[in-house]
Design a protein. Structure first.
Length: 308
């Protein structure tokens, strides 16, 4: 039995590594392509994540303490969340789409037949629009709207014209790559640091997370930002680089913790089983949901000329 358990753990680890590498390569290609390719890939991920979220909200664990939204409302919300990144790319503004979607949703819930509307239905649906639809749109704004060219970037100067030439390497691409790579490093080293050195529990929300893991994750996140700064020549100042690393880490950490709260109340370990060894799409992307908004706000608002 011990051998079987060890073999099973080894197979799960191999499965996790293979699927993780496949996802990493695919995401790298999509991020590099940008534009419609990036947006449509994000929209597909958003649709699946939203579907998983509403399945969690309607699960027995959560539904025992509240009334979940009707199934047709959950499906409509998933479609609306999927359309939000596309509207963001098209219009550059997501305020109107979010306002319209919220008003539409509230109207449908209030006027539904055969059942008195409940506040829990409205609150869980509205949070779904924010969590699965509105926040991921900032990744579109981060990647596609920050078109200022990078200066002194060797990759840009030697990048093939057939692959877009120098214009491919702009602030949006540098910021998106830095954020994603920093989050991957933070998740990886926080897990390793917690396993090896973890003694002090961070929070009861996620019992396996430790302060030691947080320190390891934060350190690796900042180190990754520094490494990519040397390669991409962005951002221009060391202080901006450190701050960007801090924001990426804490955005990813609290995104993970918030999904843990949802899964704990639902009484499930994973949001789904679509990705072998990783669970559902929401499990794989929870660290990115808040980070895109933080990264875009920081680059757009606080970095003069976007940090070039």
């Amino acid at each position: 039995e011990v051998n079987n358990g060890a073999l099973s753990s080894t197979n799960q680890l191999q499965e996790r590594i293979v699927s993780g590498l496949g996802i990493g390569v695919s995401v790298g290609v999509v991020v590099l392509a940008g534009g419609w390719i990036f947006t449509l890939a994000l929209a597909a991920a958003v649709f699946i994540a939203a579907t998983e979220y509403f399945e969690l909200v309607g699960s027995r664990g959560i539904a025992s303490g509240m009334t979940p939204p009707p199934r047709f409302v959950s499906r409509a919300c998933s479609v609306i969340c999927c359309l939000m990144p596309i509207l963001t790319l098209y219009s550059g503004n997501i305020d109107v789409s979010v306002t319209f979607a919220s008003f539409f949703l509230a109207t449908v819930l209030v006027l539904q037949r055969g059942e008195n509307p409940r506040f829990s239905q409205l609150s869980s649906s509205m949070f779904g629009l924010l969590y699965c639809g509105f926040l991921p749109c900032f990744w579109v704004k981060l990647r596609c709207s920050l078109a200022a060219p990078l200066r002194h970037n060797r990759l840009a100067s030697s990048w093939p014209i057939l692959l877009g030439g120098q214009t491919t390497w702009n602030v949006g691409l540098a910021a998106t790559l830095t954020s994603i790579c920093s989050i991957i490093a933070a998740d990886t080293f926080a897990f390793i640091g917690g396993k090896v050195f973890g003694r002090t529990q961070l929070t009861a929300v996620s019992p396996k997370k430790t302060w030691e893991g947080v320190v390891a994750g934060l350190s690796s996140c900042i180190a990754t930002s520094f490494l990519l700064r040397n390669i991409l020549c962005w951002p221009s100042s060391i202080l901006s680089c450190v701050t960007f690393g801090f924001l990426n880490f804490f955005g990813s950490l609290f995104g993970d913790l918030i999904e843990s709260v949802i899964k704990r109340d639902a009484g499930v370990k994973d949001s789904g089983s679509l990705i072998p060894g990783h669970g559902g799409v929401l499990d794989r992307t929870d660290s990115y949901i808040f980070t895109g908004a933080l990264a875009y706000s920081f680059v757009k608002t606080f970095l003069p000329l976007y940090g070039v």
